[in-house]
Design a protein around this ligand. Structure first.
Ligand code: SF4
Length: 221
């Protein structure tokens, strides 16, 4: 595993749990609004954390933290992810995994091995705009398969979209609703272009008008 960061405590990243967050290095997407370019662009990578040091921390926090969020970057790119998660779970932690859903075979393998207790998958946009919102060519069948595997995994999950004008509008949200099926745990959050983002050229992009954002929020999934 290449770990680019550790957040030692969070109340908001694992719903209902006290948790820490581990950030993996490397991603196969280039979402222009990404707030973690140092986990995505190899030229910006810092020296990775020592995995054994991380486990020393996790050992110490047993009984204090309930869950560990593994996020990225894109965690499923790391071939030793199953062993890594198994080791975390062996310490008694719940595991939440954040993924872009591009590696359904890995998602399935982790789900079948019961190595994830909570799935969070980003839905970048409607299928028609998926590649634009992801910044790369995306295998859309892979996205659909990951959605299906996560829904059938028998554990908690959520799907979520970061909405940015020009990449996601209310019609995209309607299409995402069709993709997910009704009554899914689904959240739309407004994209934020403050601070560092992967495509700095986006900083001047106009935001949604009040009416546009209201239309997005009014879509019922
Ligand atoms: S926001 Fe996009 S580019 Fe950034 S880590 Fe997530 S999937 Fe990768």
């Amino acid at each position: 595993m290449l770990l680019g960061g550790l957040l030692k405590f969070t109340l908001i990243d694992y719903p209902g749990r006290l948790a820490a967050v581990l950030f993996t290095q490397g991603c196969n997407f280039r979402c222009p609004f990404c707030h973690n370019p140092e986990l995505v662009l190899p030229d910006l990578f810092h020296a990775p954390l020592g995995v054994e040091e991380v486990f020393v921390f996790l050992e110490k926090r047993r009984g204090q933290l309930q869950g560990i969020v593994v996020t990225g970057g894109e965690p499923t790119l790391h071939p030793d992810l199953p062993e890594f998660l198994a080791r975390i779970k062996a310490l008694g932690y719940l595991v939440k995994l954040d993924t872009n859903g591009s590696r359904p075979d890995v998602v399935r393998k982790l789900a079948e091995a019961r190595l994830v207790d909570y799935w969070a998958m980003d839905i970048k946009s409607s299928l028609a705009n998926y590649c634009k919102a992801s910044g790369v060519e995306v295998d859309l069948e892979a996205i659909k398969t990951s959605i299906a595997v996560i829904k059938a995994a028998g554990v908690e999950y959520e799907f979520r979209t970061t909405a940015l004008k020009g990449l996601v509008d209310d019609r995209d949200i309607v299409d995402i609703g069709s993709l997910l099926g009704s009554s899914q745990p689904y959240h739309v959050r407004r994209g934020n272009l403050q601070g560092k983002i992967l495509d700095s050229g986006l900083a001047d992009r106009p935001d949604y008008s009040v009416e546009e954002w209201a239309r997005i929020q009014a879509v019922k999934i």
